[in-house]
Ligand binder design. Structure first.
Ligand code: ADP
Length: 208
């Protein structure tokens, strides 16, 4: 199964993906994680993406399309592939359709007041990328691998506001794009992450 996850930043796409990897054996491909790793390495892609990521705007379509299409070339997984954070524009969705048509798109809708609270408390593990929140986790190291936790620069309030605006203008149209293809499903991102896994499994059953 090829799954596209849609939803504003902080909707819980990464958290749901982590649970699906753990419980069902999905392969998780996160555009944001890949960009952060390229930036850390200081690669050509990372250098080109840096200023966009840091200001909370989208990196240019051709850059992200090349990166993701390259990654998809080498990936296969029997259970399924989760695309998280790609596509984020209609042009990206069209490029993906040409390469690998998704079977299912799930939109995680979440009210902005919840998103802002979540992003301001979000912490990531420097080592394995696991996601935590200061609202529910009070240690400063990762419980999975012991790595140090940090706050993403683009989770600062000014940048969050910009990311939400970018989402509204450029990524929200994808909801209609996949609705028109007849593969769109909705999840309520304000629910507990464990509940969402259960609801996702029910959606998946319908597409088997
Ligand atoms: P979130 O979903 O919390 O906004 P991500 O980690 O998915 O965060 O993305 C972080 C940043 O990486 C985005 O704000 C954007 O600059 C860049 N990015 C990620 N995916 C894409 C994409 N598909 N197209 C363009 N830019 C992207």
């Amino acid at each position: 199964m090829k799954l596209v996850l849609l939803g504003p930043p902080g909707a819980g796409k990464g958290t749901l993906s982590g649970n699906l990897v753990k419980e069902l054996g999905f392969l998780h491909l996160s555009a944001g994680d890949m960009l952060r790793s390229e930036m850390k390495k200081g690669s050509e892609i990372g250098k080109k993406a840096k200023s966009f990521v840091e200001s909370g705007t989208l990196v240019p379509d051709d850059l992200i399309i090349d990166m993701m299409i390259n990654v998809l070339d080498g990936e296969d997984n029997k259970v399924g592939i989760i695309l998280d954070g790609f596509p984020r524009t209609v042009a990206q969705a069209e490029a993906l359709d040409k390469k690998m048509k998704p079977d299912l798109a799930v939109n995680i809708s979440t009210p902005y007041d919840i998103i802002i609270k979540r992003l301001s408390g979000r912490l990531l593990c420097k080592n394995c990328g696991a996601i935590y929140n200061t609202m529910s986790y009070d240690k400063d190291t990762c419980e999975k691998c012991g790595g140090e936790l940090y706050q993403r620069d683009d989770d600062k309030p000014e940048t969050v506001a910009n990311r939400l605006k970018v989402y509204e203008e450029q990524s929200k149209p994808l909801i209609d794009y996949y609705k028109n293809q007849g593969i769109l499903n909705e999840l309520d991102g304000s629910k507990d992450s464990k509940v969402l896994v259960g609801e996702f499994k029910k959606i998946m059953e319908m597409y088997k």
